[in-house]
Design a binder for this molecule. Sequence first.
Ligand code: T5A
Length: 206
Amino acid sequence: MTKARFITFEGTEGVGKTTAIDGFCRHLEDLGIAYVRTREPGGADVAEVIRQMLLSKDSVLHDDTELLLMFAARADHLHKTILPALDAGKWVVCDRFIDSTVAYQGFGRFGGDKQALARIELLIEQFVPCLPDVTLWLDLDVATGMMRAKSRSQADRFESLDTRFFDQVYQGLAHQFAKHPNRIRRVDASGSVEEVAVRIRQAVGV
Ligand code: T5A
């Protein structure tokens, strides 16, 4: 239990990541495991400013600008939060990471275009020095997730997009799961909060 572990949560809108992470972090506390909880975009001072730009409905962004802002925020987050925590022997529990970029930008914005995906892969290779040990893909049908998200808060710049965009995002996550079967674990996100929490603990093995 001593090896620092980097765990990321992924999914389409409203699948219940925040809720699942709340439960998972309580479980880590019960086990006496030191962790840092964080999120993307965001998780460090400059990255949080970039998050505001990315999520604000007032922002008009070219798809390339959006992609590069995601990576600018990620660099700030990695160097100020993730890497120092892992170096200090803490676990890092992160709401969204690189697979969201492949899904939202690569598939949602660029429609799964091979060249666009290759560019994103290159950015990951060049600017992401540590990959997650485990990624939990909370798998839920897009419509149910969007209903859950709507019940909770006002739509941001992404949540205002149409179902077709989120169907593409879902395809992107399925693509990543097929490509990285050792890192990514698919978790059925239907059912009660407690049922999902149990599946997550089993998937991580804690
Ligand atoms: N993005 C991010 C990119 O485009 N590229 C990138 O590279 C990255 C990193 C971030 C946005 O940025 C985009 C993706 C996102 O659009 P965000 O505000 O962090 O935006 O939003 P999300 O990550 O989508 O998270 P949400 O907060 O919208 O949803 P969650 O966290 O998945 O869901 P949660 O836990 O808030 O639950 C939603 C509702 O469902 C209920 C909850 O109580 C809540 O009301 N719920 C359940 N109901 C029934 N059964 C269950 N099992 C439930 N679990 C939760």
